[in-house]
Design a protein around this ligand. Structure first.
Ligand SMILES: Nc1ncnc2c1ncn2[C@@H]1O[C@H](COP(=O)(O)OP(=O)(O)OP(=O)(O)O)[C@@H](O)[C@H]1O
Ligand SMILES: Cc1ncc(CO)c(N)n1
Length: 288
């Protein structure tokens, strides 16, 4: 039997925590990638004890062991896009930054080889997960400065929600003008694109919801009606994984963000009550 050539297959590596209830984390990421016809790989950063009612406990994995997983899979699969979720500790943040810099360097030397997939730039989508929906911290204290200094300058697209953008910038975000200002500050940290999710903007419980996508040269507002819902779990992981999947298929960042937002909003319209707590959005075939 001859081996198939998978060098052109869009591949995404998710680096994230495990959510055993399947609504967020690596479980959600892999489901989204499979639905969007991308090969999904996953390196686990931490195990959570979590149900649809919330996160109860976090079991941190040995950072060196986490980093070895990432490095080994990165050089084996050479994924076009890497997406991160819960990074958990300063050691993982710092180690990932080092690994990514070396991968990019290695990658430049591969550009000369004749494998066409290598002509595609490698890209890093960072969902800066800080808290679970129920408020438990998913990022160790002391990681914020490291995150800003080490990882943001390497980021192709950062997908913060409002509280995460506030934590990075130190400013309060109360309206669209503040969102634009915060996105500018994040770009100044070295991020290429910011997709600032407007779901948590105060005073917008009704009406429309706006996600803002900005680079230093371009700015787009994706507005849509706020879907009345019961706070489904996993929207952030779902959005970032969909974005990474479209980017792996070579759509531009703008096209990928537009498609990912449309996709996640369709999923939010049909949340699934799989357990006794919050409904989830990352679901089979419903949203195809
Ligand atoms: N009620 C809603 N109606 C329409 N779109 C929504 C709604 N809530 C969230 N979204 C969209 O879902 C995506 C994820 O946004 P959200 O603000 O929920 O992320 P998050 O806070 O990181 O998610 P999580 O709760 O999983 O941590 C965004 O594109 C946002 O516009
Ligand atoms: C593992 C994990 N990652 C991210 C989130 C944020 O939704 C969560 N609840 N659990």
């Amino acid at each position: 039997m001859s081996k198939r050539d998978f060098s052109e297959l869009p591949k995404v590596l998710s680096i994230a925590g495990s959510d055993p209830s399947g609504g967020a984390g690596i479980q959600a990421d892999l489901k989204v990638m499979a639905q969007l016809d991308v090969y999904g790989a996953a390196a686990v950063t931490a195990l959570t004890r979590q149900t649809t009612r919330g996160v109860h406990h976090i079991y941190a994995l040995e950072p060196d062991w986490v980093l070895r997983q990432i490095e080994e899979v990165l050089y084996d699969l050479k994924p076009r896009v890497v997406k991160t979720g819960m990074l958990q500790s300063p050691a993982i943040l710092q180690g990932l930054a080092k690994i990514w810099r070396a991968y990019q360097e290695e990658y430049r030397s591969l550009l000369d080889s004749d494998c066409s997939d290598n002509e595609q730039e490698r890209r890093l989508v960072i969902d800066p997960v800080m808290h679970s929906g129920t408020g438990i911290s998913l990022l160790d204290e002391g990681s914020l400065r490291l995150f800003r200094e080490e990882l943001l300058p390497l980021t192709t697209v950062l997908t913060p929600n409002i509280p995460e953008a506030e934590a990075f910038t130190g400013m309060r975000i109360k309206n669209m003008e503040d969102m634009e200002k915060a996105a500018g500050l994040l770009l100044d940290c070295g991020v290429q694109w910011v997709l600032l999710k407007g779901g948590h903007l105060p005073g917008q419980e009704e009406g429309e919801i706006v996600d803002l996508l900005c680079s230093h040269d371009e700015s787009y507002a994706f507005a849509g009606p706020r879907i009345p819902y019961q706070d489904p779990h996993g929207t952030g992981c779902t959005l970032a994984s969909a974005l990474a999947s479209y980017m792996a298929q070579n759509y531009s960042v703008r096209e990928s963000a537009a498609s990912a937002i449309t996709w996640v909003r369709r999923a939010i319209e049909k949340p699934l009550q799989v357990g006794t707590g919050r409904p989830v959005v990352c679901q089979p075939a419903l949203v195809k």
